[in-house]
Write a new protein. Structure first.
Length: 218
């Protein structure tokens, strides 16, 4: 049997250490079913400051409408759908089953599910799940000759496969958020946010050979 390090009070010292020095990849929270994490308003507002979206906008993973409401406040019409009915938009619409943008929409904006959370919130390979999502979103956008804005983890976009995929579309602008997103508010026990995020914005009107521009925003 492996020895367990104990502290002065004979308790498992590794437990104390783990809570003091939390590894960067562990949030301290179980993943929520279907990766439901409503986006704070300032994140969508940062996107609106730096890109021009065309109305109506499709929000294909709308959740409880956190992002869609900010877009609407900015004067955009929003077609909101989600796999799950959360009392906003149309539920029961699986993004991966969609073969085209909704009628009249040429712009898609969302904060995609980061991992295949599934119905019980089981975390699988988040990086692969994101690649699958971005690949499908880009295909639909190019087919619609439209625009696409996706909120992604900064760390994710630097991966070899992710960067190749991102560059395969008409990437026009990257909006790097200098403030970290706090997804939960648990009062005093709220963990410090670990990840930086960025908005990736593709626009089919962006010249194929032109490099994307990068801006920092908070
Ligand atoms: C990270 S939350 C974002 C919610 C919302 N976009 C926001 O920013 O506040 C991801 C959402 O994606 C939805 N979702 C997960 N898988 C989906 C799928 N295959 N098709 C459509 N929506 C999906 C979840 O139900 C959840 O509401």
């Amino acid at each position: 049997m492996a020895a367990v390090a104990t502290g002065p009070d004979n308790k498992d010292a590794s437990v104390g250490l783990a809570s003091e020095f939390r590894p960067i990849h562990i949030s301290g929270y179980d993943r929520l079913p279907h990766d439901f994490y409503p986006t704070p308003d300032w994140v969508t507002e940062a996107l609106l400051k730096h890109v021009t979206l065309s109305s109506p906008v499709w929000e294909p993973c709308c959740g409880d409408g956190a992002m869609a409401r900010v877009l609407e406040r900015a004067g955009l019409k929003v077609v909101a759908t989600d796999l799950v009915d959360r009392g906003f938009g149309r539920g029961g619409v699986d993004f991966f089953e969609c073969t085209a943008f909704p009628a009249d929409c040429r712009t898609m904006v969302t904060n995609p599910p980061y991992g295949d959370g599934g119905e019980i919130g089981r975390s699988t390979n988040a990086s692969l799940a994101m690649q699958k999502f971005v690949n499908h979103a880009l295909n639909l956008t190019v087919r619609a000759n439209g625009k696409l804005a996706l909120l992604v983890r900064f760390q994710w976009m630097a991966g070899k496969k992710a960067s190749t995929l991102i560059s395969s579309g008409p990437l026009s602008r990257v909006v790097v958020l200098t403030k970290r997103i706090q997804w939960f508010d648990n009062g005093e026990s709220t963990n410090v946010a670990q990840h930086h995020h960025a908005w990736l914005f593709w626009d089919c009107r962006h010249g194929r050979l032109l490099p994307p521009s990068l801006v920092f925003s908070d």
